[in-house]
Design a protein around this ligand. Structure first.
Ligand code: DP6
Length: 334
C-alpha cells in the first residue's frame, strides 16, 4: 500500500494554453515538450485508513491544497473501491509554483505512486490520461525526452487526450537554462491565466489556429535535429501564447522587465553564432534552449544579464519511474 515515484518537469516547445473541457481537463490543442532532469518531484503515497494528508517539502499543506490532491486521488479510488485515505509526502528539488512546471512533475509522480501503491497497473498512455486530470502538462511528464500531447476530440471521456514519446532523451543533446528573474510564487496560476484568455481574449481562436503548423514544424525540426527551425517555431509559439494572454481583459501579463531584456539578449546571442532560443511559461522566467557545446557560453551570458537572479541548468531526462526510496513526513531535502 506504499510506493514512491520520481517525475521530471517538462518545458513546452509548442505551448498548451486553453481547454476544451474543464471537468475532464481536456486541452484545446496539441502541444509538444522536452522532459528535463535533474529537476524532479519525488513522491511517496501510502494508502491507509482515515483522511488524506499532504506534506510538501516538509510542510503540512493547507486544506485548500490537500483538496486539489484529494480530488485527484478520487480518480484512483474509483479504480480500486477498497482504498480509503492516503498520506502523500512530496519533495521538489527546485522552486515550487514559480512558473517552473512543478505541477507537471507533481501530478506525474503522484499518478504513478498512487496507482502503484494501490496495486493498479496502468500503461504509460493510461497514466498520462490520469495525470492530465491533475494538470494538463503533467500528462507529458509521464514520458522522457521529446513528447507530444494529443488534444484528442473523439472520445467522450477524453481517453484520446494522451501524451506519447516522439524521440528518446538521447536523441538530441540539448541543454535548457532556466534564467530566474524573480523569487517566490507566480502571480497568476496557469489555469486561471488560460481560463481568462479563453473567456476574454479576441486572439484566443487565432492562437488555437496556428498550433497545427507549429506542431508540424517542431516535429520536423526534432526529427532532423534542425536547431534553427526549432528556435523559430518555439519562440513563435511562446510569443503567440503570451500575445493571446496579454490581449485578455484585463490582460494577463506574466513578464517583468528582465523577461523582455532576456528575449533581446537571447536573440543577440543567436545572431552572434551561439545556439540559443527562448521560451516563456506562466511566469517571468526565461527558459533558454541551447546545445551541450554552447551551454557554458550561453550560461555565462545569461548570468551577466541585469535582473537574472540565478540560472538552473537541465538536460533531456527520463519519464516518470518508481523508486525504492520512500519519503516519510519528516523527510527533508533528498
Ligand atoms: C504555460 O498544465 O499548469 O506551462 O492543466 O490547468 O493545470 P492546467 O495547466 P498547466 O499549464 C501549463 C501551461 C504552460 C504551457 C505548457 O506547459 O504547455
Amino acid at each position: 500500500m506504499k510506493a514512491s515515484a520520481i517525475a521530471h518537469p517538462n518545458i513546452a516547445l509548442v505551448k498548451y494554453w486553453g481547454k476544451r473541457d474543464a471537468r475532464l481537463n481536456l486541452p484545446a490543442t496539441d502541444s509538444l515538450s522536452l522532459t528535463l532532469a535533474p529537476l524532479h518531484t519525488h513522491t511517496t503515497v501510502t494508502w491507509r485508513r482515515g483522511g488524506d494528508a499532504f506534506v510538501l517539502n516538509g510542510v503540512e499543506q493547507r486544506p485548500r491544497d490537500v483538496e486539489k490532491v484529494a480530488r485527484f486521488l478520487d480518480l484512483v479510488r474509483m479504480l480500486n473501491p477498497e482504498l480509503s485515505g492516503a498520506e502523500i509526502v512530496s519533495h521538489n528539488n527546485f522552486p515550487t509554483a514559480a512558473g517552473l512546471a512543478s505541477s507537471a512533475s507533481a501530478f506525474a509522480a503522484l499518478a504513478l505512486a498512487a496507482t502503484s501503491a494501490a496495486g493498479v497497473t496502468l500503461s504509460p498512455r493510461e497514466l498520462s490520461v490520469l495525470a492530465r486530470r491533475g494538470s494538463g502538462s503533467a500528462a507529458r511528464s509521464i514520458f522522457g525526452g521529446f513528447v507530444r500531447m494529443n488534444a484528442g476530440g473523439e472520445d467522450e471521456e477524453g481517453n484520446d487526450a494522451y501524451a506519447e514519446a516522439i524521440a528518446e532523451s538521447n536523441h538530441w543533446d540539448l541543454r535548457v537554462l532556466f534564467a530566474l528573474t524573480t523569487t517566490g510564487a507566480k502571480a497568476i496560476p496557469s489555469t486561471r491565466g488560460m481560463n481568462e484568455t479563453m473567456r476574454t481574449s479576441p486572439y484566443f481562436s487565432a492562437w488555437c489556429e496556428q498550433v497545427p503548423r507549429a506542431m508540424h514544424d517542431a516535429e520536423k525540426a526534432i526529427a532532423a535535429r534542425d536547431f534553427e527551425l526549432l528556435a523559430e517555431t518555439a519562440e513563435a509559439s511562446a510569443l503567440q501564447m503570451h500575445a493571446s494572454a496579454i490581449a485578455a481583459r484585463p490582460g494577463v501579463v506574466y513578464w517583468n522587465g528582465a523577461t523582455v531584456e532576456l528575449i533581446h539578449a537571447v536573440r543577440t546571442l543567436r545572431t552572434q553564432g551561439l545556439a540559443a532560443f527562448f521560451t516563456i511559461d506562466a511566469g517571468p522566467h526565461v527558459k533558454v534552449f541551447t546545445t551541450a557545446g554552447d551551454a557554458a557560453k550561453v550560461e555565462e551570458a545569461l548570468r551577466a544579464q541585469p535582473g537574472v537572479i540565478d540560472v538552473l541548468a537541465a538536460a533531456p531526462g527520463p519519464g516518470a519511474h518508481l523508486t525504492e526510496e520512500h519519503l516519510s513526513p519528516s523527510s527533508q531535502v533528498l
